[in-house]
Design a protein around this ligand. Structure first.
Ligand code: DOR
Ligand code: ZN
Length: 345
């Protein structure tokens, strides 16, 4: 097959940042994606419905003329989040989900949740009003090995939470392990998972072999090859519980290429080309639309997009820039290490 028409995709996990960075990156998403769930880990974070409303306005202002793009807003869960404000955000249609960052898990997560007990009133209200919880599923206990953080989170945080609040809809974001995939598969309701583009392509060797490769470092960190294979199987399976959340997370190069580099990989610009390549490798191009355009909206109770995009396989690789320049500085683009032949027209 050399051409493929699918419904316009959505990105169910995206970092757009703010100010000059927002202006520099938004076009790479709005060019191909109709909607995206916007992560709230700004400095300071998006914690109230008013914060989210103001941030949404800034995003809409930055969308390039001619593009139609709908930001789906999230709130950053803290131990002081007000359940009434969250409910109001849901009822007004402004808030699509609430995001749980265990404190210290990743970029700008220090204001996240340390003691789950303190977040219970909000979580109970969310279960009651049908507002999904998006989780960064890693424990931050120093004793737990970074490669085991996802599994330990499932066993010690997620499973007890879901037992206690079976009505709470939970999205396990950026699943990176076979354990995560199995856990999602084992649940009959109210649990789904997003998978990033880069975790379908890299494993931990890409970060560590031949010198430290900061542009392949993200959180949750890429795992062993068997985990990447499990993610691929889930993504191409057509199983409605798995969908795309790119976790495209721009940082300027000086903050990646230093002694303590930030976590995050920038994939917005070439995600659809990378995914078409992966799905073709897996002989599953017919499942790409479910992953990028159908399963996510169904999970969040939204209609799939009516518009379509066409992917065309070229004879020569499509050239993407190795870096984009933003008003905040240069951002390195994810290099999948294979030629990208699929182009979005
Ligand atoms: O790699 C990551 N970057 N993982 C996250 O969870 C956060 C993100 C960011 O905001 O940079
Ligand atoms: Zn993220």
């Amino acid at each position: 097959m050399s051409s493929l028409s699918i419904r316009r995709p959505d990105d169910w996990h995206l970092h757009l940042r703010d100010g000059a960075m927002l202006e520099g990156v938004i076009g790479d998403t709005s060019r191909h994606f109709a909607r995206a769930i916007i992560m709230p880990n700004l400095v300071p974070p998006v914690v109230t419905t008013d914060d989210a409303r103001a941030y949404r306005e800034r995003i809409l202002k930055a969308v390039p003329q001619g593009d139609r793009f709908e930001p789906l807003m999230t709130l950053y869960l803290t131990e002081h989040t007000n359940p009434d404000d969250v409910e109001e955000g849901k009822r007004s249609g402004l808030i699509t989900a609430v995001k749980l960052y265990p404190a210290g898990a990743t970029t700008n997560s220090h204001g996240g949740v340390r003691d789950m007990e303190k977040a219970m009133p909000v979580l109970e209200r969310m279960a009651k009003v049908g507002l999904p919880l998006c989780v960064h599923g890693e424990v931050t206990t120093p004793e737990v090995d970074i490669f085991d953080r996802e599994k330990v989170f499932i066993d010690t945080v997620l499973e007890p939470l879901r037992k206690r609040l079976p009505e709470l809809k939970v999205t396990m974001e950026h699943v990176t392990t076979e354990d995560g995939i199995q856990y999602i598969r084992s649940a009959d309701r109210n649990l789904a998972g997003s998978i990033t583009t880069h975790h379908l392509i890299i494993n931990r060797n890409d970060i560590l072999v031949g010198g430290i490769q900061p542009h392949y470092y993200c959180l949750p960190v890429a795992k062993r090859e068997n985990h990447r294979q499990a993610l691929r199987k889930a993504a191409v399976s057509g199983d409605a519980r798995f969908f795309l959340g790119t976790d495209s997370a721009p940082h300027v190069d000086p903050l990646k290429e230093c002694a303590c580099g930030c976590a995050g990989i920038y994939t917005s610009i070439n995600t659809m080309s990378c995914l078409a390549h992966v799905f073709e490798q897996e002989d599953a191009l017919d499942k790409l639309e479910a992953f990028t355009s159908l399963n996510g909206p169904a999970w969040y109770g939204l209609p799939a997009n009516e518009e379509r995009i066409t992917l065309v396989k070229r004879d020569e690789p499509v050239e993407f820039p190795t870096k984009i320049s933003t008003g905040a500085g240069p951002v390195t683009v994810f290099d999948p290490k294979f030629p990208l032949l699929w182009d979005v027209t």
